[in-house]
Design a protein around this ligand. Structure first.
Ligand code: UD1
Length: 431
């Protein structure tokens, strides 16, 4: 039986109210990738020319990054889906703590600031709900490029000594293939003197997207998407007009919305190579996928249990672990999920249990015994992807689910409820 929404009451905390049990149908459009757009925006610091990024999603994280760039002297202007930035006025090397504090991606500024000004002072991004998230590899790499780096009072101060304050190419071996460290070092190396080699680099599509932008700006980069990236520094980079790749995590979340509601939906645009491990798991649980170019049509009926482990790309992405767990909570049989990337990323388990899911955890592993139905309940998203997982569970649950933690959801999903309502969901934002 499908539920209906009650009249509005006075709401203190913004929340989504979801009437569960409705099948979805139609087409969902995927926005530009948040994680790519954030790092490409930081690349505007590398040039005095205009950088125009297209397909930039309207998200609070993007607005936060724009504010940080503006605080450094960059102009940033929205033009529909495009964002125009001009770094000719770059005058500051230290973004203010108040702006940086709430946005981890702000640390992306350190590489380009050092490359262009020879100095940068960026507050440590700190830990977050899902884990400690160190920047050891970023700092190690910047030192290998000749920067002197100190960390005091929560601020990373980096300076390039000597005449000209120019970084020097070097060989860097990352101890772990950190996405953020790879991207930070690519931007720093783009304007360094000589050749930089990054070994054990991250293979994520967002790294390849950054290489694409840097090439469009006149950089010399090869090997992005392989474990060894080589960058030959140039004297200056010029402006570019560049489109951000579609968001693979948003696309995966939408495919899971279809699967958990046992519906048929078309999701587009999807670069299927970016979602290989996820598409394979969706087929393993019993979904049927029809792929036509960048359109993926998914139909789901019975869902079977599967085991999965999160891994760096091309493995199963940690950012879709929580949403996939919501699906497996409704599967036939017992699934096992192992979270290998972040140490504290099973916090959604408790909330799913409130909705009737049968899940037990041991360390970083969750054992999920599928139940025939979830029941709507008030729940809280503890981070961006956990919030999305709660919304998915709410779509499938019997009755009304209210999801708090929208400050997280709005960081990574553009008009999440609007898009889902357009394909048949019943979600209301109460604020
Ligand atoms: C990026 C994504 C995030 C995603 C994550 C993993 C952005 C803005 N965010 O985060 O959505 O969940 O990749 O795919 O692109 N590590 C170290 N030392 C370091 C750096 C990282 O041990 O110096 C470890 C981390 O603790 C973590 C793992 O490496 O266990 C992955 O982290 P990393 O790839 O750096 O993630 P981010 O770039 O922060």
């Amino acid at each position: 039986m499908t539920a209906t929404l009650a009249p509005s009451q006075q709401i203190l905390t913004p929340q989504l109210e979801i009437a569960g049990g409705r099948p979805l149908s139609g087409e969902l459009r995927v926005s530009g990738a948040k994680n790519s757009a954030l790092v490409l925006m930081a690349a505007s610091l590398l040039t005095e020319d205009q950088l125009r990024l297209r397909n930039v999603p309207p998200l609070t994280d993007i607005e936060g990054m724009a504010e940080i760039l503006i605080s450094l002297g960059v102009s940033a202007k929205r033009d529909g889906e495009a964002l125009e930035m001009n770094g000719s006025g770059l005058s500051q090397s230290a973004p203010p703590y108040e702006l940086v504090n709430s946005l981890r991606a702000s640390f992306f500024c350190i590489g380009p600031l050092l490359a262009r000004l020879g100095i940068a002072r960026v507050p440590l991004p700190g830990g977050c709900q899902i884990g400690t998230r160190p920047v050891v590899e970023h700092v190690k790499g910047l030192k290998a490029l000749g920067a002197q780096v100190t960390i005091e009072h929560g601020v990373v101060s980096a300076v390039v000594p000597g005449r000209g304050h120019r970084l020097k190419g070097g060989r860097i071996h990352l101890d772990c293939p950190s996405v953020g460290a790879t991207e930070t070092l690519m931007m720093a190396a783009a304007l360094a003197e000589g050749e930089t080699v990054i070994e054990n680099a991250a293979l994520e599509p967002e790294v390849i997207d950054l290489a694409g932008l840097l090439l469009a700006m006149g950089a010399k980069v090869r090997g992005a998407g392989t474990p060894t990236i080589t960058i030959v520094g140039v004297d200056r980079l010029h402006g570019a007009d560049y489109a951000v790749i579609p968001d693979r995590i948003e696309a995966g979340t939408f495919l899971l919305a279809a699967a958990i509601t046992r519906s048929c939906l078309t999701v587009a645009p999807v670069i299927t190579d970016h979602l290989g491990a996820v598409l394979t798991k969706l087929e393993e649980v019993g979904c049927h996928l029809d792929i036509q170019g960048t359109n993926v049509t998914i139909s789901a009926q019975e869902i079977q249990a599967v085991d999965l482990r999160t891994q760096p790309f091309p493995g199963f992405p940690t950012d879709l672990q929580a949403p996939f767990m919501s699906l497996l909570a409704t599967a036939q049989g017992t699934s096992v999920i192992t979270e290998n990337i972040f140490e504290n990323r099973l916090q959604h388990v408790g909330e799913l249990q409130r909705m009737g899911a049968a899940i037990r955890t041991q360390g970083n592993t969750a054992f999920i015994e599928g139940v025939s139905r979830l029941s709507g309940a008030p729940v809280q998203g503890s981070d961006l992807r956990a919030s999305a997982a709660m919304v998915l569970a709410g779509l499938a649950a019997e009755g009304i689910t209210t999801v708090q933690g929208l400050e997280y959801l709005d960081r990574g999903y553009a008009d999440f409820e609007g898009k889902l309502n357009a394909v048949g969901a019943s979600i209301r934002r109460l604020s």
